[in-house]
Design a protein around this ligand. Structure first.
Ligand SMILES: Cc1ncc(COP(=O)(O)O)c(C=O)c1O
Length: 367
């Protein structure tokens, strides 16, 4: 089976993880601190805080910003449900904003319209733009408009590590940026997540919240507030450290693969059978999702590809049709992307051979 994507764990990453296993220091060790310092330097941000998952990062971001009952948060209608789930989990209400049909991201215009249409009763507190599949949302404009409206920006850059807008890394524009290190992501620690911020006091509280509310000083450890256990192990940090120096090279390969797909799928685009994702400088291409024309049965296409040994799948979810988000708004573009989106096999280990095999099988499946 040609898999949708493959985690990229080289021998040096495996050796680094084994060294931690042999060291006797599995958590709270030097690997975690070093990984945080290297991530902060790579991303160009003052503080990086590693946690157990991308969802944990998003959850802690809302907790540390004191978003809770009586608050509302703007969230894209097309994303992985974790973006909206964490809003529910802190007791706030998600307000779903439709996305752009080509970038799959929320836009400044969509956010402005949602703010104008919002009449409470909650207080609008924050916006969580998602850089969907590594595609840069217009985060500079979103940050500017959010400042005008007094909203905090929590960037969901779960899929976007290494992606940039005008040369600046995504996940560093808002008050807090959140990344996932799940195996479907370009850099993976098995499970894992990262928060970024330039605010040292926020970072200190995030580190406290991820580990039982503990502060340490010369006299020992002090449990100063109720906290979670959302730590990343040193085994995982070692895996991440081994991958980080390779990340930009992997993203360059992904950009070349996206171009190869664009060329190979051009006849199907010309025939009106599907559309391609918008191309953007700085896109990190975590996923390559096409959108099938209306009337094409996606499930049948996925079955036809599977019969040729090719794994394909939907891209992301439409939150407004899911039970936790009933009555939270939403829009037709997200619903259509959820229904007709088709993610194709995509990772830096693949090349022109895989692309032409997928394109041929897809052309056959689409008649
Ligand atoms: C946009 C988005 N946000 C959040 C998450 C959650 O990340 P994790 O699976 O690491 O908890 C994902 C993961 O797929 C995602 O794609």
């Amino acid at each position: 089976m040609l898999r949708l994507s493959l985690p990229h764990v080289d021998d040096d990453a495996i050796a680094a993880a084994v060294a931690v296993l042999r060291s006797g220091q599995l958590v709270h060790g030097a690997e975690g601190n070093a990984f945080e310092a290297e991530l902060a330097a790579y991303l160009g941000v003052r503080e990086a805080v590693v946690v157990a998952s991308g969802t944990a990062a998003l959850h802690l971001a809302l907790v540390v910003l004191d978003v809770g009952p009586g608050d509302a948060v703007l969230v894209p209608d097309f994303t992985f449900p974790a973006t909206g789930n964490v809003v529910r989990l802190v007791g706030a209400r998600p307000v779903l904003v439709d996305v752009d049909p080509a970038t799959y991201c929320i836009t400044p215009e969509g956010i402005e319209a949602a703010i104008s249409a919002f009449h409470g009763p909650e207080r609008l507190r924050a916006v969580m733009p998602v850089h969907e599949f590594g595609q840069p949302a217009a985060i500079d404009a979103i940050v500017a408009l959010s400042a005008r409206h007094g909203l905090a920006v929590v960037e969901d850059a779960a899929c976007a590590i290494g992606a940039t807008l005008q040369g600046r890394k995504l996940g560093t524009f808002g008050e807090i940026g959140c990344f996932s290190l799940h195996p479907r992501k370009t850099l993976t620690t098995g499970e894992g997540g990262v928060l970024t911020t330039d605010d040292a006091a926020l970072a200190r509280r995030l580190r406290r919240l991820r580990s039982h509310g503990i502060e340490r000083d010369a006299s020992g450890m002090h449990f100063v507030e109720a906290g979670y256990n959302l730590r990343l192990t040193d085994i995982q940090s070692a895996l991440g450290r081994a991958q980080l120096p390779k990340l930009d090279g992997w993203i360059a390969s992904r950009r070349a693969l996206a171009e190869a797909y664009r060329e190979a799928l051009a006849p199907l685009v010309g025939a009106g059978r599907l559309t391609l994702p918008a191309r953007a400088e700085g896109h990190s291409w975590q996923t390559f999702m096409t959108v099938l024309a209306d009337g094409i049965d996606r499930a049948a296409v996925i079955r036809a590809l599977a019969a040729q040994g090719i794994e394909a799948n939907l891209g992301a979810q439409c939150l407004s049709v899911l039970p936790p988000f009933e009555g939270c708004g939403g829009g037709p573009v997200a619903a259509r992307l959820f229904r007709q989106g088709l993610a194709l096999p995509f990772c830096e280990q693949y090349g022109p051979g895989e692309v032409s095999r997928v394109a041929q099988a897809l052309a056959a499946a689409l008649g």
